[in-house]
Write a protein that binds this ligand. Structure first.
Ligand code: TLP
Length: 341
């Protein structure tokens, strides 16, 4: 099976499984799981913050970050294509009671001018602009990356105007590999930052949410409220430790495979793609013949053991990861060529 639907589909490697089997565990809700404590210390340093918290998912990390920074009625400024707007089941509204003020950024990357235009004046009639969220890399925009300089500019603006800055860093290690700026350098500029363990880093589950101690204390209570307090979770934390030690640098291989894929797709007549746009592990493309051909092709690929996800009627996403090799990409391209030829 060549599963390109997402980088969330990876299976633990043998080394990771060994680390999980050997983990020393306790009860993390009672605060005494030694492996979780170690992972949280490592991730805090990795993300340039004082403390971190092991979350069950990236979605819960975003919700908990929003809930820990805001009051109901506050406004959160973010890109219209953001994961929190599109794929978190309305949690911002339902669980945090916040309004989303969405900006239309063509590449998903917020500019200080756009954010500034969305900040509300202090006025008794208006919601309070409280939080800016940036997504790095930006999923729906095709894995676009923030430069450190851009985050610095946003940091300056949010500080000046009394707002907070959260980074949804589900794929921050991928952004780092492209820009050369460390996750800790990005993290230091934000009030809170997350990094998923279950995507490019290859863990079965988990996301680290990092920030200052008072924020992490609120986040811990909030995670418990949402039912995300976990018990002998050191077995999963051990996978996270293993991933931070062994799987960070290797994401460049995923980027190289995504590049091979994007360039190969550009040579297939039935496909529309600008390969230069994809610099990380996410590749989006369109079937020129429209939705029916798209569906038929995806089904025919599936019958041959190749899984790709449609993200709209004629648009698909293919994601490279730990379980995808260069020969897998070559086979995918050969099969697609035959199907569309
Ligand atoms: N993204 C998933 C789907 O939910 C779309 C995927 O397959 O890409 N932030 C970003 C930028 C994400 O892409 C995702 C997952 C999350 C947060 C949420 O992570 P999980 O799946 O752990 O809740």
């Amino acid at each position: 099976m060549i599963d390109l639907r997402s980088d969330t589909v990876t299976r633990p490697t043998k080394g990771m499984l060994r680390a999980m089997m050997r983990a020393k565990v306790g009860d993390d809700v009672l605060g005494d799981d030694p492996t979780v404590i170690r992972l949280e210390e490592m991730a805090a340093e990795f993300l340039g913050q004082e403390r971190s918290l092991f979350m069950p998912s990236g979605s819960m990390a975003n919700t908990v970050a929003i809930k820990s920074w805001t009051q109901p009625g506050d406004e959160v400024i973010l890109d219209r294509g953001a994961h929190s707007v599109n794929y978190e089941v309305g949690a911002g509204a339902a669980l945090c009671g916040v309004m989303f003020s969405t900006l239309d950024m063509p590449d998903g990357i917020l500019t200080p001018a756009a954010v500034e235009s969305a900040i509300r004046p202090h006025n008794i009639h208006q919601p309070v602009s409280r939080l800016v969220t940036v997504e790095n890399t930006h999923n729906r925009a095709g894995g676009t990356c923030y430069t450190l300089q851009r985050v610095r500019e946003l940091r300056r603006l949010t500080k000046q105007r009394g707002l907070l800055l959260h980074m949804d860093g589900a794929r921050l290690v991928n952004a780092s590999a492209v820009t050369g700026s460390k996750p800790s350098e990005y993290g230091r500029l934000c009030d809170s930052v997350s990094q998923c363990l279950s995507k490019g880093l290859g863990c079965p589950v988990g996301t680290m949410l990092a920030g200052p101690p008072d924020f992490i204390e609120r986040a811990r209570r909030c995670r418990k409220m949402l039912g995300g307090g976990m018990r002998q979770v050191g077995y999963l934390a051990a996978a996270g430790i293993y991933a931070l030690e062994h799987h960070v640098e290797r994401v460049v291989e995923d980027h190289a495979n995504a590049r091979r894929l994007a360039e190969g797709l550009a040579e297939i007549p039935g496909i529309e793609i600008d390969p230069a746009k994809f610099v990380t592990n996410l590749v989006y493309f369109r079937f020129k013949a429209g939705p029916q051909k798209a569906q038929e092709t995806i089904a025919a690929l599936k019958a041959k053991g190749i899984l790709i996800m449609l993200t709209s009627p004629d648009r698909a996403r293919a994601v490279t990861h730990l379980d995808i090799s260069a020969p897998d990409i070559a086979l995918t391209l050969r099969t697609l060529k035959r199907l569309l030829g």
